[in-house]
Structures are given as structure tokens and as C-alpha cells.
Design a binder for this molecule. Structure first.
Ligand code: PMP
Length: 403
């Protein structure tokens, strides 16, 4: 086989469909969020980023940076091994305690990413609980799907955020079999939020264990940043709360918070935890500072909600279509992959605005979009510049604006 030829043909197919991904070469600027330097073909220039998942700008927070510097000076660069060989650092222990407390759980367990938290935890639970059936929302994240798939457990998919369909699916499962109900709180592409209380009621009725992904909610929702489950007073009804340290908390890494026995079980059996070098102590120290900061401060959460409302109001005034939802994610709907890429290119080339296009398979075909994530640090002038640029490009590419 001519492997090179095969790879090129496959990539050509992506180009033709407008789905080929181009990564912008960006240099984030400490202290200047949401500004970054874009390294383009004609040299470096400043751009405004509108698609960062560092939702609250905590990756630039001075307390977080100081904690990371301190830990590098105190502990060095790397963790030195997997947790069970030589890689458990005091910062890992402190961070796990802090996260357990945040979610009102007995324990927490760190992973190197949110992806790995889901993959390792779900694959371990579903494969090790005898006869387990996983009941999973149709729009769950790839990391959950892959973890469930790897477990080889039986899987039942229920219609997205639909308690009636969930009930039907649970009713159809042999009542003697253990069940693991897996869903998210805030869904990242549409920004909709699961009916968590209704799902917990059903889980209780049918004896299912509950697993929630709060990756797009931790730090952002709840009086202390404990996610939608904290905001709705439901943390105690979820057996496992999974989160990331990479989005609201601004750094990197993932975790679960659960009972001591659940964490110990996953710690003891999950290969994705056991066989991977642990997070560098500086990342754990930075995350600890970030979690502590957001437990105490409402400024970032309130600022973000204010900016989200301002962006939506300006988009409405300009007639740019965006999907309504109850979260901080503002999907500006384009509905065509080639146009979506073109708008993103024009924003960058002509207006120094960076928003990555979101195309299939991340979202269904025909729902291609620009996923705008306002942060507390976007100023009014940034919003004016974004919406003004979108309004100018919209007509030029032949899209209609609402009257
Ligand atoms: N869960 C969901 C719902 C996500 O959207 C993502 C990342 N985009 C992850 C898990 C993975 O988290 P991380 O980026 O920390 O690996």
C-alpha cells in the first residue's frame, strides 16, 4: 500500500468538505487576556480571542501564576513518575482534598486531563461492575463514549436531555442488572443544560449509579464554582462528579469527586490513572490556587454572565442568528462548513479576531457554527468589534440577517 498517497487522499476529502482543521499559531499573553499574538504568514500581530475555553481568564490570574512559579521553584518541573511509583506530590493531595470539599464528596482523584478522567473512570466502572448496563445521553462527549466503548459493557443510548426517553430505556432493562447513568450538565456545543434533578429521580427509581460530566460548568456555576449540581443543590445526588482543571480553572488536568470507596476503586483499577505520569506539581499548585480563588470570589462568574448577556444583546441588535440557551456558550449559527471556515478566516485576516469554526463531526452537518465564549475580560469595545465584523462579513458571504 502507498501509505502517503492514502493519507493525502483522506486529507483531500476533508479539504473538499471544508472540514480540514487549521490550527492558529497563537501566543497567549500573560496579563492581557483575551489578547494573543498570532503568528501568521506575514509575521506576528495582536488578535482578540473569542473562542477560549479558559472561560474566566483564570489561566492569567496573578495568584495562579504566583502559585505555579512557587511550586516550580519549590518542587521542580515534573512529577517524577506515576502516582503509585514516585509521582504523588503534596500538591496533588491538597488539590484532591479541595476538590472533594468543593463538591461535598468524601474524596477526589486527579487525572491528567478531563478526557482521561472520563475515559478511565467510565471504562473501569462499566467493565468491573458485573453485568453493568451503561445508560448514556446521545450527545455525551467523545471521552465518555470512548470509555464506555472500551469497557465492552452493554450500552443503551437515550435521547438527549429527555427524561421520558430515559424512563422508557430504563424500564426496558432487566431490573436485576446494575446500571450506570452517564450524562453532562452543560453541553459544550449547544450550551443547553441537562434536567439533572429529573435524571436523579429516575436513577433512584431504577437503582442506577449516576455519573455527571461538569467540565463546562465547574468554576462557572454555583456559589463556590461547584458546577450546576452545586447551584441546584444536587451534588449529593450524583455518585460521581467529573470535572476539568483546564476550562473554568484555566490550567490542565481532570478529576472525579465521589465517595472514598468509588475513588479508591477507580484509583486501584483504572489503567489510565495507574500507568501515566502524574500532573507536574506546578499545575496542581496552580489549580489549587484557582479552585480556592473561585470558591471565594463571585467577580469572575458575575463578570462572565454580564458579558454573555451583552454579546447576545448586540448580536440580536445586528440580526446575527445565535442559538438561545441558559449557559455562557454563544453558538453563532452558520449552517455550512465552507462558509463557516470562510467567516472564521475573514475575522482573523481582516479584523484580527480569532474564532475557530466548529464543523462536523463536532456538531451535526447543517449546524456548523462559530462558538463564541465571552469571558469577564472582554471589554465593550471588543464586543462592538466582534459584532461589527460579523455584521460586515455576514452580507458579503451571502448570509441573511434578521430584520
Ligand atoms: N468532557 C467534555 C464535555 C468536554 O467538552 C471535554 C473537552 N472539550 C472534556 C470532557 C475533556 O476535558 P479536557 O479538555 O480537560 O481533556
Amino acid at each position: 500500500m502507498d501509505y502517503e498517497m492514502f493519507f493525502r487522499q483522506e486529507l483531500d476529502g476533508l479539504h473538499k468538505e471544508g472540514r480540514y482543521r487549521v490550527f492558529a499559531d497563537l501566543e497567549r499573553k500573560a496579563g492581557q487576556f483575551p489578547r494573543a499574538t498570532f503568528h501568521g504568514t506575514e509575521g506576528p500581530r495582536d488578535v482578540t480571542v473569542w473562542c477560549s475555553n479558559d472561560y474566566l481568564g483564570m489561566g492569567q490570574n496573578p495568584d495562579v501564576l504566583a502559585a505555579m512559579h512557587g511550586a516550580i521553584d519549590g518542587c521542580g518541573a515534573g512529577a517524577g513518575g506515576t502516582r503509585n511509583i514516585s509521582g504523588t506530590n503534596h500538591y496533588h493531595v491538597l488539590l484532591e482534598r479541595e476538590l472533594a470539599e468543593l463538591h461535598g464528596k468524601e474524596a477526589a482523584l486527579l487525572f491528567n486531563s478531563g478526557y482521561m478522567s472520563n475515559w478511565a473512570s467510565l471504562s473501569t466502572l462499566a467493565s468491573r461492575i458485573p453485568g453493568c448496563v451503561v445508560v448514556t445521553d446521545a450527545l455525551n462527549h467523545a471521552s465518555m463514549i470512548e470509555g464506555i466503548r472500551h469497557s465492552r459493557a452493554d450500552k443503551v443510548v437515550f435521547a438527549h436531555n429527555d427524561p421520558d426517553d430515559l424512563r422508557r430505556k430504563l424500564q426496558a432493562i432487566d431490573p436485576r442488572r446494575p446500571k450506570l447513568l452517564a450524562f453532562e450538565s452543560v453541553y459544550s456545543m449547544d450550551g443547553d443544560i441537562a434536567p439533572i434533578a429529573a435524571f436523579c429521580d429516575l436513577a433512584e427509581e431504577f437503582g442506577a449509579m449516576t455519573y455527571i460530566d461538569e467540565v463546562h460548568a465547574v468554576g462557572l456555576y454555583g456559589p463556590r464554582g461547584g458546577g450546576v449540581t452545586e447551584r441546584e443543590g444536587l451534588s449529593h445526588r450524583l455518585d460521581v462528579i467529573e470535572g476539568t482543571l483546564a476550562k473554568g480553572f484555566g490550567i490542565m488536568g481532570g478529576y472525579i469527586a465521589a465517595s472514598a470507596a468509588t475513588c479508591d476503586f477507580i484509583r486501584s483499577f483504572a489503567s489510565g490513572f495507574i500507568f501515566s505520569t502524574s500532573l507536574p506539581p506546578a499545575l496542581a499548585a496552580g489549580a489549587l490556587a484557582s479552585v480556592r480563588h473561585l470558591k471565594a470570589s463571585q467577580t469572575e462568574r458575575a463578570g462572565q454572565q454580564d458579558r454573555v448577556a451583552a454579546v447576545r444583546a448586540r448580536l440580536d441588535a445586528a440580526g446575527i442568528p445565535h442559538m438561545p440557551n441558559p449557559s455562557h456558550i454563544v453558538p453563532v449559527m452558520v449552517g455550512d462548513p465552507v462558509l463557516c471556515k470562510r467567516i472564521s478566516d475573514e475575522l482573523l485576516e481582516r479584523f484580527d479576531i480569532y474564532v475557530q469554526p466548529i464543523n462536523y463531526p463536532t456538531v451535526p452537518r447543517g449546524t456548523e457554527r462559530l462558538r463564541i465564549t465571552p469571558s469577564p475580560l472582554h471589554a465593550d469595545a471588543d464586543i462592538e468589534a466582534l459584532v461589527g465584523a460579523l455584521a460586515a462579513i455576514w452580507g458579503q458571504v451571502g448570509l441573511r440577517r434578521a430584520a
